[in-house]
Ligand binder design. Sequence first.
Ligand SMILES: [Zn+2]
Length: 461
Amino acid sequence: MTIVLEQWLHDKIRQECQQNAIFSGYSGRQLQEKINRTEINKYHFYKLRESLKYAYNNSSFYRELYNQNGIEPDKIVSVDDWDKVPFTTPEALIENPGRLLCVSLGKIARTISILSSGTTGRPKKILYTPQDIDKIVDFMSAGMRAVASEGDVVHIILHGGSAYGQLDLLARGVAKMGATPIKAGVDHTPGEHLELIKTNRATLIFGQTGRIYRITQELLAEGHELSNLGVRILYLTSVYLPGAMRRRLESAWNCEVYLHYGMSEMGLAVATECSEHNGFHMNEADLYLEIIDPATGRIIEDETEGEMVFSTLTRAGVPLIRYRTRDISRWIKSPCSCGAATLLRFAGTNRRLESIMKLSSGDEIYPSLFDDVLYSIPQLFDYEVEVSEQRGKEQFLFTIETIGQDLMVAETINKILMNCPVINKNINSGRMFPPAINLIPYGSLDHSRRAKKLILDKRNI
Ligand SMILES: [Zn+2]
C-alpha cells in the first residue's frame, strides 16, 4: 500500500537533493531508493539553519531577538545547539507584524488576520508570498490525497472564497489531486447544504467540526436521512474530537471521520489523521515540530505532554522560528500501523494552555472537559460553561443548546454532570454548588465573537 504523505515527503527531500548541491553535499550520500529517518532529520536541520539565517538576515525582529540572546546563526552547527534559539511568541506576531516580514510588501500575495483568543482583541497577521501559497496548496493536496481519491466530489464548508482565502486554497488543493471541489462556503442553511450535496453527489465533506456537527444535528432533527447519500468521508478541522461526537457523525452519515489539524500561523494545513485514527502525521517538508515543557522551555523527547512549538522550514514571507502555539500535545513513538514507518506522529489533545482554568481546589478544568459526556446526548447541539462564585463556593452554569426543552433532557444532563468526577468531588468537599443548567433553543449560542472556545470565569478573583 502506498503511504501518500510519506512518499510525498520523500519526494520533496529527493527533489531538494537534486536541486541543491549544498544540501546533497551535506546529506552526505546519494539518497537511496528508500529514505530513512536519519535522512529526514538531516533535511530538517539543514532547513532549520537556512531558515534561521534567512530570518536573521532579512527581519529586524529576528536580528534583534538573536543579537539580544547572543545567537549567531553560523554557530548553530548541530541539532544539539537548537535549543539555544529563543522562542517566538504569539505576542510577537501581534506586536510586530511588519518587523517579522522578510520580503518587501510588494511580494506579498495574501495577508491572513487571525483572531486571538486572548483578551487584547488585536489580531495576529501573517503575510504569505506566492511561493508560500504554492507550498500550502501542495501540502493541502497531499493531505487530501491521503484521505480521498481522484473522482471524489468534495463539498467544502469554509470561510474565504475569494482568491487565496481558506476556501479558495483548499479548493485548489482538491483540484490539484484530481478530485472535484464544490466551494459551498459558510453562508448556506443546513437544508441548502443538503441540496448541494445531493445535486453534486458529494462524497466527502470538509469543514470545521462544530459547524458540521451543527448542520448534521439540524438535518437529523428535521427528519432527513443522511446515511444513504453516498458521503463516505467527513474531513474535519480539529485536533481533537470527543468519541461520542465521532460515533454520532459516523453513524448519521454512514461514513468515516478523519481529522485535520490546521493553524493559520503555520499555513493553515499542518497535519492529518491517517487511517489508524490515532494521532496525526504532519507536513514535515515545510514544518518542524518540537514539544516542550511550557514551564522550563526544555525539549521533551518522550511521550510526556507539552506545548507544541513549530518552526517553518521553507517560508519566505514571515518565517516563524520556534513559535509557541499554546496547543498541548505529545509524541506517539510507537510505529504507526498505517505503515508510515519514517513519519513522526503526534497525539490530538483536547486542551490549550490559555484555556485551562484552576478551581479553588486546584483541579484543572478546560472547555472540552465535559465534551465526551455531554455530546453523548443526542439532543445537544453545543454548550457553554461559566464558573461563578457565591458565598465562598464555586458553581458551574451550563448553557446548553438543545433541540426540545423537555424535562427529560434537563434531567439526563443533570445526572450526567453530577457524575462528572470534578463536579462530584468538589460538591462533596463543600467547595461547589450543584451545577445550574440553562437549556436554550438551538441557534442561540453565538460563537462568532471568539476564535476558540473558552470557559467564562465570573469569579471575583
Ligand atoms: Zn499513520
